[in-house]
Design a protein around this ligand. Sequence first.
Ligand code: ATP
Length: 391
Amino acid sequence: MTESTTPVEGAGPDPQGESGTGYAYDPPQHASPGGEAMGGDTIGPPTGLGAVDPQNGHAFDLQNGKAAGPPNGAVNGPGILCEHVSRSFGAVHAVQDLSFAAPRGKVTALVGPNGSGKSTLMLMLASLLAPDSGRVLVHGVDPSQDSAAVRATVGWMPDQFGAWDSLRVSEVLEVMARAYFLPGEQIRSRVDELLMLMDLVPLAAQPAHVLSRGQKQRLGLARALVHRPEVLVLDEPASGLDPASRRRLLRVLRQVAEQGVTVLVSSHILSELEEMADHVVFLDAGHVVDSSSVRDLAERPRPWRIESLDVSALSRALGDLGVRHHGVVDPAQTSGGHAEALVDLPDEATASRLLRDLAGKDAAVVAFGPATGRLEAAYLASEAADREGAL
Ligand SMILES: Nc1ncnc2c1ncn2[C@@H]1O[C@H](COP(=O)(O)OP(=O)(O)OP(=O)(O)O)[C@@H](O)[C@H]1O
């Protein structure tokens, strides 16, 4: 943006230099203070080892007839806990010394560039891949110690949906329900419930192979939910979904989380994760570079865009207020047809003060808001910080 903007001649000068970095708004004096992946697509309790208690969806030990829940002391811990987890494929360190926790009843987003280790981590959580070192606990259970209990607890949706293509949509869900030992008389109603939830009723009798990518994604989520899991691990669940299906996904995930389920979701579409997630964990090159609640991200510096009907009035007001900006752009060069300026602000409270002060200066402001989403700004900042640290 900085490079393409054209500062208006004679416009209010930027006292600190137009490309000043960081917090740039000093309120005026009068202002108030203020690898061997083991087949990512096939999860289910290994035959005869574990199942799900149909009453409450908890892991159920078939041999002993009692809940095979987490060991004592782990019941109230986070839904997912990773401590210093590493996993390599030959010379590729896919996940390195990674630690984070995902709380129960919340949606946690894993965000990171291609190849940053998201899928590798998720495969370990789903007990489909063992870590080289470190500890993973899912609902208090270590997948490498008791994969059957973890598989009964986790609903897993891989990024590639390789369904049993010759089965009809409803049959896919029936087979999954049987694999999780749902009692026969409950299977029909559970399948119907999931078809309805994921808007798959009109497709119920279609063979899975005729489904579009987005429809397969919806079936993938229905399949992950079949046994009412305590922990949902979803790798790119929104990819290929149209806007209506995305809204549905968002609703379903929020609903599931409100019921106490731990939800971990990865995506590249940051604006969508911002709405979906309560917490975010940023990964780069296999390790955590930052983490935060989504709410707290609002309190981090990010660029804000100011649009005005009058280029000179905006320039003058910014100059008078001593606001550092990245240049005021002439309306002829903006897509919205308004004069525009970008300013870096530390938080929403400062933004609110600046807006009030601009109004007091007759800056003819018609739009004022963050130029990037909270997640995107934090992601770009964490990526930049990580790159700097690596130099
Ligand atoms: N089975 C495997 N064998 C060899 N290398 C692998 C294997 N699985 C993953 N990798 C490598 O590990 C690194 C992390 O991959 P991973 O799929 O976990 O990343 P990701 O963050 O999920 O990427 P994307 O966003 O593109 O899905 C990559 O360099 C990848 O090539």
